[in-house]
Design a binder for this molecule. Sequence first.
Ligand SMILES: Nc1nc2c(ncn2[C@@H]2O[C@H](COP(=O)(O)OP(=O)(O)O)[C@@H](O)[C@H]2O)c(=O)[nH]1
Ligand SMILES: [Mg+2]
Length: 366
Amino acid sequence: MTTTRLILVGGFLGAGKTTLLWEAARRITESGKRIGLITNDQAPELVDTAILSRNDVKVAEVSGSCFCCNFNGLIDALKNVRDEANADVIIAEPVGSCTDLSATIIQPLKQNLRGELIVSPLSVLADPIRLNDILNGETAGLHPSAAYIFRKQLEESDLILISKSDRVSPEELVLLKEKAKLHFPDSEVMVVSSLSGEGIDEWLNEVLTRTDAGKRLVEVDYDVYAEGEAVLGWLNTTIELSGRKTDWDAFARELMQNLSHQFDSMKASVGHVKILIESGENYLIGNLTGLNETLSFRNSAGTSSEARLTLNARVEMSPEALEEIVRKTLDATKGKNLRKKIVALRCLSPGRPKPTFRFDQVIPVF
Ligand SMILES: Nc1nc2c(ncn2[C@@H]2O[C@H](COP(=O)(O)OP(=O)(O)O)[C@@H](O)[C@H]2O)c(=O)[nH]1
Ligand SMILES: [Mg+2]
């Protein structure tokens, strides 16, 4: 069996992980290497998997549990991607509310797949606006226990990647980088933008050559961690839309605006709300990663009489309340003659994390 390299890209919900996976996959493929991707969620019907699969690379999904609580699912996915795509490099994106990856994933992988898998330094992405707030001792609009997870992710990282650098001025970035280094002196800090391309090759150069993964373990209070996850309602749904010709981009905007206004008016903190509307070859992605001002759209699903909507929402409220809001908003969103057939819907609040393994020492790499 040849040695495959695994790059884990962590970071809080909405940090830009999936966008970076897409961009990295493109660049690695261009360089002549074969790549596979692994997504992860508490439930199936994942927008990320659907988006990444459009990139013509092999994508495996570990759903129903995070990597650390379903370590064997991660191993199966790794083997599946490696064998089917004959992958030189695999990039895996853990659930955004997950932490303690060094102790629960990286050390067990280093021990159990020695000789088969080279693990790259743990990269953790952080949205610059949220990061700045966290470094200032605030909670970035999150529940304090969710903000604790955000900080723990950074603390255990080998590489902190300040993402979306195109959204911040160069002067602010310099300050932010310095501040991040002061707070997390054991991690290296880099700056990337999947949009402008800044820093991506530099980061790839690090993670494609280095082997110092999971250099340290951090203490994690699992009661706080569990609360940080449990405050989020989690909803994944796929809906078939059909009827009269509909402008799907207008439909998407109305749906996301309505959802966003409701969450804002309830002061419900948004981890991430993401939609994908696919109509034939055309598709549109909508993203909300906080207050209404964070709402953004990419591409176009055009106008047609049929489309498929996948919606993932992680919002601070009970799953029941989240489901009611999503159902009502969908009903109220334009296209009265539009049929909306729910083909899958899962709504939950993540249970207490119970990792398959938790190592208490760093496994050396020879
Ligand atoms: N401006 C900008 N936005 C980005 C960048 N990377 C991701 N985003 C946006 O951030 C939001 C969350 O991205 P996503 O990759 O889904 O984050 P994830 O939840 O960490 O996987 C989306 O609206 C993306 O379009 C970037 O480099 N620049
Ligand atoms: Mg993602």
